[in-house]
Design a protein around this ligand. Sequence first.
Ligand SMILES: Nc1ncnc2c1ncn2[C@@H]1O[C@H](COP(=O)(O)OS(=O)(=O)O)[C@@H](OP(=O)(O)O)[C@H]1O
Length: 338
Amino acid sequence: MEKTTETATVNSQTGEEERMRDEYQKLIQTLPKESNWDGGYLYLYQGCWCPSLSFQGLISFQRHFQVDDTDVILITPPKSGTTWLKALAFAIANRMHYPLSQSPLLTSNSHHLVPFLEFNIYHENPFPNLENIHSPRIFSTHTPYALLPSSIKDSKCKIVYLCRNPLDRLVSYWHFIGKLRPETVEAISLDQLVDMFCRGLTAHGPFWDHVMGYWKASQEMPNKVLYLQYEDMKVEIVSHVKTLADFMGCPFSLDEEKQGMVEEIASFCSFDNLKDLEVNKTGKFHTGKQNNVFFRKGEVGDWANYLNPTMVERMEKLMEEKLEGSGFTFKRGFIYDD
Ligand SMILES: Nc1ncnc2c1ncn2[C@@H]1O[C@H](COP(=O)(O)OS(=O)(=O)O)[C@@H](OP(=O)(O)O)[C@H]1O
């Protein structure tokens, strides 16, 4: 690009960025809001409770993201196994470029390698250049189906959705926010968090709209939306790695299967292996967040150690109502599962 053209483009983008920032500020003031655990707010935007941190990024993502038919978008409610799914998808898609012994996952957390569209990419720059990433490009988001840009819904790109039972997810979230809470903000009790959950007040929630939106999409378009559950992956990861690779358009060859590549990727991305990598023990995200906040226990059923029967009953009853007739059920761990 010639220097004058380049300068003109930069100036027009800066002008556009300023105009958009003004627009966000005006828009955000018109939205219903509730206090969030970090001292910020959740804003009710298009039926979704958006954290202040990702609001501007979400709108830029909705407006500007240009999808490719070969893209793979990993979508989760927070604390559902996103870190795991990102590692698996990255290892699967990049196995031709790096053997596992030289995998970038050894030196970078999977959130760094597969960034969030709203929290990272479009938060940092409303006009990111995503053209030079090799195919399949892998992105992630916590955005509910209803809010996805129509370009994603209408394209041939693939969506991999991963959810987790709401009880374990809530306990995981509670520990996570306990570690990240600014000192100036009062800690949220589990009781308060359960109450917020039942009022629909979870980031990118209501939670039931999130899981149901993608559940319906996966029922209507099984070739476009792969719907996974954390608990199933914990029980049997090898077949999930194969399913994921097939779905992403990078199936394992017979030779790779014979060489044990599927098992190797599954075990490389296991909780125990990733958690103990130096980068995940002591490394930090560029925002200063410690990578170790993404690894705690990685178990199914840990909720039973934290939630009392009243909390469980309240959440279960609500979820039953919300999921009724959908054909979808959660797996809650050994205690109540059949
Ligand atoms: N490799 C692997 N295998 C299984 N489980 C894993 C793995 N990596 C992270 N975890 C557990 O996932 C929980 C964190 O969820 P997310 O990665 O979705 O968090 S985030 O939304 O990206 O912040 C959190 O769950 P809890 O241990 O129950 O808190 C992590 O420990």
